[in-house]
Design a protein around this ligand. Sequence first.
Ligand code: BEZ
Length: 253
Amino acid sequence: MAHQQWDPLLYDRKHAFVFEYGRELIGLLDPKPGERILDIGCGTGHLTRAIADAGALVLGIDSSPEMIERARSAYPGLDFQLADARSFALPGSFDAIFSNAALHWIPQADQVAARIAENLKPGGRLVVEMAGRGNVARIIAAVREVLRELVQVEVEHGWYFPSIGEYAGVLERCGLEVRYAALFDRPTRLEDGEQGLRNWLAMFGGRMLDIVPGELREPAIAKAEERLRPALFQQGCWTADYRRLRVVAERAA
Ligand code: BEZ
């Protein structure tokens, strides 16, 4: 997997929706005082903090040193560690594992699920939300079309957007029992008016756009905007065609 370089300030300022939507997921997690909870892909730590506010003993892990640094400086009283979701080894086991908007960055889902199962107590729960099958399908199609025309390349987006069936299989193979799963559209308004889509592409589109030579980057973005405008730009705002996969599972007791 190519290393994604994160700008934690841009993430917090312009993409606050990532963790704002995640707050609803904490209701599903229902953290209890004294529970030991792991937050995988904690980013800048805002949801880790919300879990800690419920009285749980929470550890946030993320593979981005920039994100961990920002989380530690924002919440010095909380525990954050640099770790890869595919290979983390932590002492003790957890009552619950939580992850919001992180696992779609990691195509090696079997490795992640194995680490989750190993680190959950028997009867422990997993609460996950990530992008699901069909996520940002219009944006991906437009960028691919533009790159085909402009630089004659076929790009793969490289994210992991599984269906319910696919992801349930991944979890079940690791001994986790799926109790709830939903795949739903969540059109997401991007901040900054006219700039919204290009900000999103700057933050998240690297895997597709890195291949574009510098001088063609701006024309490629402008063409993608032109194609997407009729469907995704309304009343001065861009909306990304997000689709979420939400899953609750349990490790057999
Ligand atoms: C998402 O949250 O759906 C997402 C974010 C960045 C890249 C791809 C998907």
